[in-house]
Design a binder for this molecule. Structure first.
Ligand code: ADP
Ligand code: MG
Length: 442
């Protein structure tokens, strides 16, 4: 594994000399300047190098892999090769989103993109693989099912892309991804994208699937998120939280808001009370069938409803314009989930506000996340809804003030969710060394 440090000075997409169809699509869609991850990733990717890329959510990773991959397909037409590029992603919604972006980029060309996800017609997808669909965007489960049909749709594959690899690992797709990778042409290029390198498993997967690769690390989880203001509001219990939530939805200004809960049942339970306050809210979680999920996403995307109540399923990858407010009804289970949730706001360089509601049993979890991220959340008091809980009793003032409020020192607090805090804590300050098995690329 090698790690590049220099950032080439590429200020315009035209410096990449991309296929004219791509250049046209970029200018038609108003993309002029490549983002840092695009600047760093596109040149080596055009050279067919294997890459492990970590860059924060919203940094433009999709174009970073679509542009070089599509360019290489376009400059070397081969209509008989079957599927030449495969993009694996964790959720159907994300697959759909990338598929649409792909179609936009391929406008006016004869290259075909295809979508393979669960919940859609199996036969149609089988045919799609037979019909020389040059680039396929898919979730791992369904691809695996199609592979059992005893054909080798990926024997000519030129590029395999694993997007949101950390999330795929979280969702238990690790084995599926490895199996699919084994069915792909051995001489392919592989690109692995992740929001973080600190996730246990990402480097391991890179070793197995990429073997020799170059590491491009732009951001890690501990990077500050200056364009997203992060607040916490203390609450006594869930019914107090509901009042705070209703108040926030009524008093904050936003185009769209996203409310996260840790469980499906809680997400469902929040919907009616929020609606009763006159807010246009809807629920999204994994219990829903595919049709229902699509309907919900469309209503939210189109702005028919402007508050989406979701479980972590919606936390990754989705890129919806205008989400200016993210509320964590419950403290997320770990720092990684926290980052992914808040990454739904402040897309590109917009500003965003995130508010986490914290009751006393969640204080330590919240403090653990603060330490993991090496940042302090701004404590906000809502006068109208002041509660009894004001932080742990043995709280010592650290002397520092955050947003005008004293920041709590939490060192002596007993952890309640030891497992989660340990998982978060053990990565602090550590840079994961590449495994001994990793072969140097040069
Ligand atoms: P990531 O996958 O890193 O989370 P996305 O690829 O979803 O990020 O991109 C986030 C947003 O930034 C999208 O709305 C995308 O259209 C926009 N974007 C990507 N690249 C550029 C660019 N070069 N210039 C302007 N906007 C961009
Ligand atoms: Mg992405």
């Amino acid at each position: 594994m090698t790690q590049t440090t220099q950032t080439p000075k590429l200020t315009d997409f035209s410096t990449f000399n991309l296929h004219s169809a791509l250049e046209n699509a970029l200018s038609k869609n108003g993309f002029e300047t490549p983002t840092p991850v695009q600047q760093r990733t596109i040149p080596p990717s055009l050279e067919k190098q294997n890459l492990l890329v970590s860059a924060k959510t919203g940094s433009g990773k999709t174009l970073a892999f679509l542009l070089p991959t599509l360019h290489n397909l376009l400059i070397n037409p081969n209509y008989y090769a079957g599927t030449r590029a495969l993009v694996l992603v964790p959720t159907r919604e994300l697959a759909q989103q990338i598929f649409l972006q792909c179609q936009k980029l391929l406008e006016g060309t004869s290259l075909k993109a295809g979508l393979i996800t669960g919940g859609e017609d199996f036969k149609k997808q089988e045919n799609l693989l037979r019909k020389s669909t040059a680039i396929v965007i898919a979730t791992p489960g369904r691809v695996l099912e199609l592979l059992t049909l005893d054909n080798q749709p990926f024997e000519n594959l030129e590029t395999l892309i694993l997007d949101e690899a950390d999330r795929m690992l979280d969702m238990g797709f690790s084995d599926d991804v490895l199996t699919i990778a084994k069915h792909c042409n051995e001489n392919r290029q592989t690109l692995l994208f992740s929001a973080t390198l600190t996730h246990a498993g990402v480097l391991k997967m890179a070793d197995k699937v990429l073997k020799k690769y170059e590491l491009i690390a732009l951001n890690t989880l501990r990077d500050e998120l200056p364009h997203i203001e992060q607040q916490i509001v203390l609450a006594d219990d869930n019914s107090h939280k509901q009042k705070i939530l209703a108040w926030l939805l009524q008093h904050e200004t936003f185009e769209k808001a996203l409310v996260f809960s840790n469980s499906r049942a809680q997400a469902d339970a929040l919907c009616d009370p929020i609606r009763a306050t006159g807010v246009r809210a809807i629920v999204l979680h994994g219990d829903m069938d595919q049709k229902e999920r699509q309907r919900v996403m469309k209503l939210y995307r189109d702005g028919v409803v402007n508050v989406l109540i979701a479980t972590d399923l919606a936390a990754r990858g989705l890129d919806i314009k205008g989400i200016q407010l993210v509320i964590n009804f419950e403290v997320p289970r770990n720092g990684i989930n926290y980052i992914h949730r808040i990454g739904r706001t402040g897309r590109s360089d917009e500003t965003g506000l995130t508010i986490t509601l914290v009751k006393h049993t969640e204080w330590n979890l919240m403090a653990g996340i603060e330490r993991f991220l090496r940042q302090s959340f701004i404590r906000r008091n809502i006068k109208e809804l002041a509660g009894k809980f004001q932080g742990p009793k043995k709280l010592k003032a650290s002397g520092k003030t955050v947003g005008g409020k004293k920041k709590a020192e939490t060192k002596k607090e007993k952890p309640e969710k030891v497992k989660v805090r340990h998982r978060d804590k053990k990565n602090i300050g550590k840079r994961r060394a590449p495994s001994a098995k990793t072969t140097a690329a040069d």
